[in-house]
Write a protein that binds this ligand. Sequence first.
Ligand code: ZN
Length: 188
Amino acid sequence: MLLKIVQVGHPVLRQTPCAIAPKDICSPAIQDLIEHMRETLRDAPGVGLAAPQIGQPLNLAVIEDRAEYHKAATEAELKERERVPVDFHVLINPQIELLSDSQVSFFEGCLSLPGFMAEVPRSRSVRVTCLDHHGKPRVIEAKGWYARILQHEIDHLHGKIYINRMQSQTFSTLENYQRHWKNRASGG
Ligand code: ZN
């Protein structure tokens, strides 16, 4: 089932959702929600979706960065962004630790703010502690683009959107990003 993605301005995107009780993770309600979010993320398509984005104030997000999404990028772009495929997985009640002293800056977008992008400085590497879709504790150490996706999704679970962190002078429509910014050297 495809879910409606909530757009910027909706108050649910600004709430900090409550933790999910571990005993509830295997309930049909949460398992169905995960399945519907997986379908919605693939349909969008996107690389991450947090429960507030489908109108649910729950501390849960899904991530999947499929190899086929990388075909539109050049080898150099993938390398610069340290972007590699990430299998579908679920983050429940995640805690994030930023591991890098310096930040890296790249353009990113959001399914709740379609048609726009901006450069967002983020930690190059992170450690995330969370529960998985079975309620099992998991520690994820990530760098590069995967670390960026984790930071973006976990921000959603704290009522934050990338526009709260962007370098505001870089805020662009997708069309202007492709026309004026895409081929400029970035990162670093
Ligand atoms: Zn987003």
